[in-house]
Structures are given as structure tokens and as C-alpha cells.
Design a protein around this ligand. Structure first.
Ligand SMILES: [Mg+2]
Length: 159
């Protein structure tokens, strides 16, 4: 069977940004007049540096993207995706607690793309262990998503 990468799924906490949105920061978030994103206490919130470029690169290649997070802070996570202007990259967002297999089943049901044509980036080994048996190509992310990790994963994707 030939495989073609059609969809890349990203975890959020410690994959796109360096914190747990339900623990380490205080929603709601807002954008300051000088363009920073801050939480309720005024603390600056940032993405991992390469994240906007990573998403833009996949977008240019015509690859769909989705977000899958197990956080309970659904509102805060969605708000950050909007404030960081990342929202438009994701054709689908599955953000709620539970096993990530559920998130992937919903993603698969909605877009009909075979698991074999999906790639998944996540920092938690347990999520990788749960999702891999579906047939998704899973990549464990250490120290946040980067262009280097993306490049290596794209080169290794079996086709
Ligand atoms: Mg995570």
C-alpha cells in the first residue's frame, strides 16, 4: 500500500508552547498594546520559537493540520491559538481530557484520512504509546517542536 502524508497532528502543551495551559499559566490571556501575549497576572506567554515557521512550512506543502490536546483548559488553549494567529492552520481541533486514541478516532471519522497517512507530534511518551498502534507515524518531541524535528520526520516518513 502506498502512503502519502496528508495530515499532521500536533499536541499543544510542551509541543507548541513550553507550559501546561491548565497549570503553569493563568487564563484568560490577552494581547498587549506592544503585541505581547500575557496571562491574567501579566506574565508573558510564548511559543517555541520555530512553531510559526513549522506550521507555515506544512501549509505551503499542502498538508492539513489538526490539534489534539488532553488539557482541561479548553477555553484557554483555544484562546492562545487565536492570539498567536495559529488558529487558521488547523482544520480541526480536538481539545478535551481523555485518552488520545479518542481524539484520533474523531479526527479520522471527520476527514476520512487513513491513519497511515497521518503524522503525530507529542512530548508525552504515553500518548505516543497509545496512538502508535492505530498506524499513525508518531514522533516524540523533546524541548518543543522545531524545524529540525519536522525536517527529520518528513524525511523519514515511509512512502
Ligand atoms: Mg504535551
Amino acid at each position: 500500500m502506498s502512503r502519502k502524508l496528508e495530515l499532521v497532528v500536533f499536541d499543544l502543551d510542551y509541543t507548541l508552547w513550553p507550559f501546561w495551559v491548565d497549570t503553569h499559566v493563568d487564563p484568560p490571556f490577552l494581547k498587549t498594546s506592544d503585541g505581547r501575549i500575557v496571562d491574567q497576572t501579566g506574565r508573558s506567554i510564548r511559543l517555541y520559537n520555530d512553531v510559526p515557521q513549522v506550521l507555515e512550512e506544512l501549509h505551503k506543502q499542502g498538508i492539513l493540520m489538526a490539534a489534539a490536546s488532553r488539557t482541561g483548559e479548553v477555553k484557554g488553549a483555544n484562546q492562545l491559538l487565536q492570539l498567536f494567529s495559529l488558529d487558521h492552520y488547523f482544520s480541526q481541533k480536538e481539545i478535551y481530557p481523555g485518552c488520545k486514541v479518542n481524539h484520533f478516532q474523531r479526527i479520522q471519522q471527520r476527514n476520512g484520512i487513513p491513519y497511515q497517512n497521518m503524522m503525530f507530534f507529542d512530548d508525552e511518551r504515553q500518548n505516543i504509546t497509545d496512538v502508535r498502534p492505530l498506524g499513525v507515524t508518531c514522533v516524540l518531541v523533546q524541548n518543543g517542536m522545531s524545524l529540525k524535528i519536522l525536517k527529520e520526520a518528513l524525511e523519514k516518513f515511509p512512502q
